[in-house]
Design a protein around this ligand. Structure first.
Ligand code: ADP
Ligand code: MG
Length: 632
């Protein structure tokens, strides 16, 4: 028998220690993290085996922010302090955000320039901070799963995120103390996940319908390289809009007037989402709405809803996505019949009508074999693994495109485009300008992003001055302006007077309102709190989970406890619920956890009986034959 070799703790036996790299899909509704293990990309789950982390952050009375499912459950009871869909605000102005028509129940400060600021009970927070909480939570999950800190991440962003939105995403990662290897476009990640980089040369369309956004991207695989031919879509269209239409329909059925209070709105939206998702699997189901808000307003309605009703409520929205597809194909100068594969991404592509309309439009069956929620994170993980150096050979080269044209302001408030949109990045272009006045010694350069002709219709990225030009007659100076866009889509601009070599240079940091100092402060604050954060967060999450279970159990008991349980069983459950409620107000997290488990166990039989009832209800309307078909 040979002796076992024992390594010093912390010392690796392997000659080349693998680095930990992760791919993060930072979504509007859900976020998730994946990593490559033994050559295969896997999505990481939390301790309750959930892979999708709701992109929701709650700012509680005390302690660190709560992220994910617990926060999502607080949206109804605490709408002002529970921030969802923050991605829609990243790098945008308050006017952009209100333009989106999104009915956010939050309170904004009255700051007009830069990114909106949210008023929570823990103070004013920016969307970048909210996003950093989500990233931190995913990093923590990775550490728990792999036992070590993450060395680097690839974060995905929608293809047409502009410079400000990309920069905001990077800043969020910085605040969460993460090293960003690269930002990549979500559709490109999806194509990587399907391994289409090893496939034949062809044109690929990526149809991504998520919770808050729709993206269509036309890629071409050419000599082992993905080239993005065109991108398009709608940054304010997604499954949330399906929910809204259905919630309005439900409100009308329940006889509510135009604007119910935020709690009722949230309740209806949550119900609508549930119903919509179930209708992806069953043809019809029975719905029972019952809710009373704190302000005393109540909803009550019971009835059947089937897929046809949902289809009617959403078909116009899906039609809109088809129009974006047509526009992008035109941009790319590609005929529908030349599209080889269509990849489906995003939870909303589970809606059967979406699948059939896409198949009809592209005249081909879309790829759906990889879970549409996970496909982007998986592609990002594969790319992260390459970028961190875990795979020495055959890198997949990524070419993304610039989503919007870049240019500078010229006389009369006009835009001179220097790099047109859809140019593959990284890219560098120069153009020569001259002075317009005799003896002019300085020049102001205004960098803008957008495709409109007038400066006022584009987004202003930065202004900078070139000074010290020797006095010359108008038109004699030779000023070369160079634009450079790196692989992340970040822009730098420089200007040089050719005859003297005087140079001025700027890395464009979009002016969305966060200064470097502000970011440093946030980073420091998050480090200060790091130690007590974990314990405080765990306690807060358990308290919230306890209260949720208390409320849910009481509601269930009130609904049909008497009819399904014996008097003894009923009383025992009541006692157990009361016990949990009392504990949830203490900070004894172990006791709360134990009692949570105990109550969950005690109510198993009751839950099973209730489940039977709801299954029976859901099956009404489907014949046994239909069910057998679906199970095949
Ligand atoms: P995002 O990238 O915007 O975060 P996701 O790709 O996670 O979005 O998609 C979330 C959307 O998908 C939500 O609107 C959700 O309701 C919807 N969704 C998830 N599962 C289903 C389903 N089974 N049927 C219909 N829609 C679904
Ligand atoms: Mg997504």
């Amino acid at each position: 028998m040979s002796l076992m070799q024992i390594a010093e703790p912390g010392q690796s036996q392997k000659p080349h220690q693998r680095k930990i790299a992760a791919g993060i899909d930072l979504g509007t509704t859900h976020s998730l993290v994946a990593t490559v293990r033994s050559g295969e990309a896997v999505v990481l789950a939390d301790h309750t085996n959930q892979k999708l982390l709701p992109s929701v952050v709650n700012y509680p009375e005390q302690g660190s922010p709560i992220v994910g499912h617990s926060a999502y459950n607080l949206a109804v009871s605490d709408p002002h302090n529970t921030i969802a869909s923050v991605k829609r605000m990243m790098g945008r102005g308050i006017d952009d955000v209100t333009h989106l028509g999104a009915q956010f129940p939050y309170r904004f400060t009255d700051k007009r320039d830069g990114m909106p600021e949210l008023i929570t009970r823990q103070g004013i927070v920016s969307p970048v901070q909210v996003s950093s909480e989500i990233l931190r939570c995913l990093a923590c999950r990775t550490k728990q799963a792999l036992g070590d800190d993450v060395d680097g991440v690839v974060i995905t962003v929608p293809a047409y995120f502009d410079d400000a939105q990309r920069q905001a995403t990077r800043d969020a990662a910085r605040i969460a103390n993460l090293t960003v290897l690269r930002l990549i476009n979500e559709p490109t990640a999806a194509a990587l996940a399907y391994g289409l980089d090893n496939d034949k040369e062809q044109v690929i369309a990526v149809y991504d319908l998520g919770g808050g956004t729709f993206d269509i991207s036309i890629l071409r695989l050419h000599k082992g390289v993905f080239e993005v031919l065109a991108t398009g879509g709608n940054s304010a269209l997604g499954g949330d809009d399906f929910d809204r239409n259905l919630a309005n329909w439900l409100a009308e059925k329940a006889g509510l007037n135009e604007n119910p209070d935020p709690q009722i709105q949230r309740y209806l939206l949550n119900q609508a989402r549930d119903i919509k998702q179930q209708l992806s699997d069953v043809e019809s189901l029975d719905v029972h709405l019952e809710y009373q808000s704190k302000s005393g307003l109540s909803v009550q309605w019971q009835g059947e809803i089937n897929r046809t009703v949902l289809n009617e409520l959403v078909s116009k929205l899906i039609q809109k996505t088809m129009m974006s597809c047509r526009r992008s194909l035109k941009d790319a100068e590609i005929d529908i019949s030349d599209v080889g594969e269509v990849i489906m991404v995003g939870g909303s592509t589970r809606v059967p009508l979406v699948r059939s309309m896409v198949a009809d439009y592209f005249q081909t069956e879309p790829l759906v074999s990889i879970n549409p929620d996970e496909v982007v994170a998986i592609g990002a993980a594969l790319q992260a693994d390459i970028l961190i150096g875990n795979r020495a050979d055959n890198e997949t080269l990524l070419l993304d495109v610039l989503p919007l044209s870049l240019g500078i302001e010229t006389m009369g408030g006009l835009v001179e485009k220097i790099i047109p949109r859809n140019s593959p990045i990284p890219v560098s272009r120069a153009q020569d300008f001259t002075t317009y006045q005799d003896g002019q010694t300085g020049l102001k350069l205004h960098v803008v992003q957008g495709d409109r002709e007038m400066v006022n219709d584009c987004r202003s990225l930065a202004e900078f001055n070139l000074t010290g030009i020797p006095p010359m007659v108008a038109g004699a100076a030779h000023i070369r302006v160079t634009f450079q866009v790196d692989a992340d889509g970040l822009v730098s601009v420089s200007a040089t007077e050719q005859s003297t070599g005087i140079e001025s240079h700027i890395v464009v940091k979009p002016s969305y309102g966060l200064t470097d100092e502000a970011i440093m402060e946030m980073i420091n604050a998050s480090m200060d709190h790091a130690e007590d954060d974990i314990a405080a967060r765990r306690l807060a999450e358990e308290q919230v989970e306890a209260m949720r279970l208390v409320e849910a159990s009481r509601a269930a008991l009130a609904e049909n406890g008497r009819e399904l349980l014996s008097a003894d069983e009923f009383d025992a459950l009541v006692k157990s619920i009361d016990g949990l409620e009392a504990l949830s107000k203490t900070d004894d997290h172990l006791a709360i956890k134990d009692q949570l488990e105990a109550l969950n166990k005690e109510s198993e039989i009751f839950a099973a009986k209730r489940m039977n009832i709801s299954i029976n209800q859901a099956l009404v309307g489907s014949t046994v034959d239909e069910l057998a078909q679906e199970n095949r």
